[in-house]
Design a protein around this ligand. Structure first.
Ligand code: HEM
Length: 441
């Protein structure tokens, strides 16, 4: 092909795809979508998103005052609908759960998930089978019990790693990136759970690094998902149903889903505990009174109500994600009187539920006492105003394991050390810098 025909072909594809996007956009605009800012041609509301630091949760919260608790923004030609009202979320995730449980097939996820074949991006019978396998086999009560010794090792290793940093420090106080320490130890436990055997240290180290790279890749933004002509830069690939690559993707997904939010939440809980010395003191006294000097065990957790309240309040104030993953409908549905087309990405605003002043007085104040007065379930059984693990058919399958790990790890950290945040320490993405002085246990 000579240069001239190449230019003509490229321009034709460009104009055709712009016209296609325009037609697609106008077709969707005939629906009665939830309100929102008027989108720009081609790019939609992407400029507003950029103004909000690229964070969809922040964009939706700032638009909520003007447009209400269900609203639409446009990522190029694609509508993204935010549901920030707990009652509408209950309608979608429970009453209409069978229709709101699909996922949007974003091309940014295609390669990393071997053609969307992992649990969090899949839908239909394949996903139902995967979820059943995870819930009944990988994370069923018998397996959680069988793998308790590995979890105990992880808690012990976290404490020992911080103790050895303290022993090596001149003033006897460890300076530690807690998120990084927890990430490494929880990953080793989850690898044991995934493969059913303990792997060699070198191999574990290699898998942990590779899976972290994969995790970061999954956040790659692909313009082709939203503006069709950008697709010409992406190559189509075929993926088989189940082979080594699909299995690797499934293991990487499990490892990332299980480790990242858990280590992030342990880090943010300890940050909140450091910022509230009265909470730290009360927590330490509860552990001392119930457990004494021996190491806290998971079997002690039901006797530690204040610890449970601290973890739940931390998940309310600092949910690892401000929204659920994107949901999609399997057919055109109605929600709050609006149309929800199959092309829309639907996000449920967990942070909005958790910060609703009508339900939570002084919502930005960290106050574990709220959960002592009213011990709410984490899967929305009593109210959708508290939903850290989402609810319904796509709710987090790891909530039970996560609550065990969060509670036991935080209890051991408070039991063994006096914690302080390093002044002006910021979360570096993986964790926050703390100073930890071993208590004389
Ligand atoms: C603090 C800890 C955790 C939090 C706050 C959390 C929260 C969530 C949320 C909000 C979702 C999205 C649900 C939706 O889209 O409606 C999710 C999905 C998921 N989580 Fe978790 N999670 C945590 C830990 C875990 C653990 C320990 C595991 C595995 C052992 C896990 C595995 C998954 C998987 C596989 C999905 C995708 C489910 C699907 O698409 O059907 N998570 N999680």
């Amino acid at each position: 092909m000579n240069f001239f025909s190449l230019v003509i072909t490229t321009l034709t594809v460009l104009v055709a795809s712009i016209l296609f996007d325009w037609w697609y956009f106008l077709k969707l605009r005939t629906k009665r979508l939830p309100p929102g800012p008027t989108p720009w041609p081609i790019v939609g509301t992407i400029p507003d998103l950029v103004k909000h630091g690229g964070t969809v949760g922040k964009l939706s919260q700032s638009l909520q005052a003007k447009y209400g608790k269900i609203l639409t923004v446009w990522l190029g030609k694609k509508p993204m609908i935010f549901v920030n009202d707990p009652e509408l979320a209950y309608d979608a995730l429970v009453k209409q759960g069978a229709y709101f449980s699909n996922r949007v097939k974003l091309s940014s996820f295609r390669d990393i998930t071997c053609g969307w074949r992992v649990l969090s991006t899949g839908e239909g019978p394949w996903t139902v089978a995967l979820r059943k396998n995870i819930i009944t086999h990988m994370l069923g009560p018998a397996r959680l019990k069988a793998f308790k010794p590995l979890r105990d090792r992880a808690y012990e290793d976290i404490v020992n790693e911080v103790k050895s940093l303290a022993a090596a420090a001149e003033d006897g106080v460890a300076q530690v990136n807690l998120g990084a320490v927890v990430y490494g130890r929880v990953s080793r436990f989850v690898l044991g759970l995934t493969f059913g055997v303990e792997l060699e240290e070198n191999l574990m180290q290699e898998i942990i690094e590779l899976s972290r790279e994969r995790f970061l890749l999954a956040f790659k933004f692909s313009l082709g998902d939203y503006v069709s002509f950008m697709r010409i830069f992406e190559l189509a690939k075929e993926f088989p149903d189940l082979n080594d690559s699909v299995l690797t993707s499934l293991c990487a997904e499990f490892l990332n889903a299980a480790v990242h939010s858990t280590s992030l939440t342990i880090d943010s809980t300890m940050t909140l505990v450091c910022e509230h010395p009265e909470v730290n003191e009360k927590l330490y006294r509860e552990i001392e009174a119930v457990v004494g000097k021996r190491a806290v065990d998971e079997s002690d957790l039901p006797q530690l109500p204040y610890l449970s309240a601290v973890i739940k309040e931390s998940l309310r104030v600092k949910s690892p994600g401000p929204t659920t993953l994107t949901h999609a409908t399997s057919e055109l549905r109605k929600l709050g009187g609006y149309d929800i087309p199959t092309d829309a990405m639907v996000l449920f605003g967990l942070e909005s539920f958790h910060y609703d002043p009508a339900h939570w007085p002084e919502p930005s104040v960290f106050n574990p006492e709220r959960f002592l007065e009213n011990d709410l379930d984490v899967l929305g059984k009593q109210t959708f105003n508290y939903l850290p693990f989402s609810a319904g058919r796509r709710a987090c399958p790891g909530s039970q394991l996560a609550m065990l790990e969060l509670s036991a790890a935080v209890a051991r950290l408070v039991q063994n050390f006096e914690w302080q945040k390093v002044p002006n320490a910021k979360n570096t993405g993986i964790g926050t810098e703390f100073r930890a002085r071993p208590r004389s246990v």
